[in-house]
Design a protein around this ligand. Structure first.
Ligand code: ATP
Ligand code: MG
Length: 339
């Protein structure tokens, strides 16, 4: 199916998040500009601590203290209506926005089902809160249909969460996130607690559902191999910044940022000749003591003169015209200067 991957649904612009205030504060998300297009699966990858969850909580205004959004906007484009800035919504408007327009499956969400209520009750509550005009019968039909879509049979509807396996609970959470047919679904490591086979199964199902229901997905994981397989585009985060974004196929063919390249070489090749598994030496930066220039330079095998002094901008490299990709790396910025 050909999708219009050009129309934006969520535009994150120059987004900043700090933890704490004043001198003690650290910058967890910096100048993130990223667009999710209609019908697209956008993957966000990066090592632990790179700011992925902070970004997800920030853009949905669910950031708990001491997190502070210190700049930027998140423009949401409702279908057939005027776009608006999520950062400017009142609390009441936000409640309607969440679930109905954008829903989120959090890291470790499978444990966030209420243990004392049946799965069906929890799902019906969500529907009731947002679509009070629906009859009980219509709600039950909707809940059943959604659970069926995520592979939970109708006879498990009345189970309590502890009666379900981890994979099933995760499916329920994904079903709850989709039940109001939101435009945007944000999934923050929704499958890490599951085994690899289950992860792939759930993701494959999600991509199929996307084809049928037509939502857009921001899928967050540190497992780049999943994204290469299932997403349309991939953005790579390091030290709170996006360092590269590209179509999944283009990134897999050739990562331009040495950090993305390191991540790609942290898992075995999906097909074709075996790649050497090298991984990335060193560890992610300490937010309280970020390296100067490009934050990756102390770990970068290709660092050279400008890298330690000046931060490279996230820009389209001139070497890959027509690929719709951006990279923040002096290796490619220098090409640009040379023309
Ligand atoms: P993971 O892959 O482990 O989930 P992540 O990319 O989601 O990592 P975040 O949880 O967004 O990373 O954290 C980004 C940075 O913000 C980390 O360096 C973390 O230490 C810091 N951080 C997160 N929560 C807080 C907090 N409550 N107070 C201070 N710093 C925090
Ligand atoms: Mg996280």
């Amino acid at each position: 199916m050909q999708r219009d991957l050009k129309a934006p649904v969520l535009e994150i612009k120059n987004f900043n998040v700090d933890y704490g205030l004043g001198e003690e504060s650290v910058q967890a998300v910096r100048d993130v500009t990223l667009t999710l297009h209609r019908g697209e699966v956008l993957g966000l990858a990066g090592e632990s601590g790179s700011g992925k969850s902070t970004l997800a909580y920030g853009i949905t205004r669910l950031l708990p203290p001491p997190g502070v959004i210190s700049g930027g906007s998140v423009i949401y484009h409702p279908p057939g209506d005027q776009p608006y800035d999520v950062m400017a919504l009142t609390n009441a408007e936000l409640r309607a926005f969440r679930w109905a327009e954008t829903s989120i499956v959090f890291q470790g969400a499978m444990n966030s089902l209420n243990p004392v209520h049946k799965v069906s009750t929890q799902m019906l509550d969500v529907i009731r809160a947002h679509e009070p005009q629906l009859s009980q019968q219509a709600r039950v039909a909707r809940a059943q249909e959604m659970l069926k879509l995520v592979g939970i049979s109708a006879d498990r509807m009345d189970a309590f969460p502890h009666q379900l396996s981890g994979g099933m609970r995760q499916r329920v959470m994904i079903g709850m996130a989709l039940v109001l047919e939101p435009q945007v679904v944000i999934m923050d490591e929704p499958t890490t607690a599951l085994d690899v086979v289950m992860q792939r199964q759930i993701l494959a199902q999600l991509v199929q559902l996307r084809e049928r229901i037509g939502f857009s997905v921001l899928f967050i994981t540190h497992d780049l191999s999943l994204l290469v397989e299932f997403s349309d585009r991939i953005a790579i985060m390091y030290g709170g910044r996006i360092v590269e974004s590209a179509r999944a196929a283009d990134l897999y063919k050739q990562a331009l940022h040495p950090y993305s390249d390191g991540l790609l070489h942290s898992f075995p090749a999906l097909r074709g000749p075996r790649r050497e598994l090298t991984g990335i030496p060193g560890s992610p930066p300490d937010l309280g003591a970020m390296p100067s220039g490009c934050a990756f330079h102390p770990r970068c095998p290709k660092a050279f003169d400008p890298c330690a002094d000046t931060m490279p901008l996230l820009e389209a490299p001139t070497t890959h015209p027509g690929e719709d990709r951006n990279v923040a790396c002096w290796l490619h910025a220098v090409e640009r200067v040379r023309g």
